[in-house]
Design a protein around this ligand. Sequence first.
Ligand SMILES: C[S@@+](CC[C@H](N)C(=O)[O-])C[C@H]1O[C@@H](n2cnc3c(N)ncnc32)[C@H](O)[C@@H]1O
Length: 283
Amino acid sequence: MAQSQGKVYIVGGGPGDPELLTLKAKSVIESADVIIYADSLVHPSIVDFAKPGAEVHGSKTLNLSEIMELTLESVRQGKTVARIQSGDPSIYGAVLEQMRILEEAQVDYEIIPGVSAAFAAAARLKVELTIPGGSQTVIMTRAQGRVSMPPGEQLKDLAAHGSTLVIFLSITRMFTVVRQLLEAGYTESTPVAVVYRVGWPDEKIIRGTLSDIAAKVRDAKITLQALIMVGEAMDPALLHHVPTTANGVSSSHLYASDYTHLYRRAEGESSDVEEGSSVDGGQ
Ligand SMILES: C[S@@+](CC[C@H](N)C(=O)[O-])C[C@H]1O[C@@H](n2cnc3c(N)ncnc32)[C@H](O)[C@@H]1O
């Protein structure tokens, strides 16, 4: 009788701290027969959840065909494969090419989301990436390097929006990043945070502004695995005062007592709230 095929799970391994794995990711790792994990970015303690006898492979020295050969060979033997990527697989996870091969081979697969380093960094910095009265948009991007950026997606184009920027894969180009952001209209005083290896024991957080962050990063000798987070949202002073803004909105409506939305009426308001009059959650 032909052996039934196994399944592949592409798992978001989070930023490093194993406690930031989702329960689903943990249970997939616990039951997988084969684990292939991105050992350059995923914390090795994640593999401690593997069952006894599971085959464990680091993928940092493997190329795509080697990874996929190992994956397909394992599923064809009826095994469950956990392919663990750093953070969330949908952000610079190079999963599309893996999914194409799985589709072509008609292999059953599922993606388990993970905590992106972007959100782990925001949590460590104690910032809200979307600030009421300030930027309501977060752009996740990278600087042009060996990988060229499509037209309209150069840092200078994206920076023109003045949004919160989360810049991946670019720490080695810190001085260029700063120059391009300044040329695009961010000011020297724009707050910036660089978060190195968030969730790892040697995590480092460097705060500054566009005027001094590049030198601070150089002095700290940070040359890999870091995020550059830019914009007013990174201003630690926001935790202690409410800025006055052009449109007068400086705090979220969500829990404001004078704001009516689908699930709650403003204090003193008596009429029924029609569904259409709500905003999306009232924020
Ligand atoms: C290939 S991308 C993977 C991103 C990942 N999928 C995510 O959602 O976080 C690798 C880049 O993500 C960022 N990164 C990944 N893990 C990180 C961590 N623990 N701390 C800071 N930055 C990290 C760095 O910019 C690094 O160069």
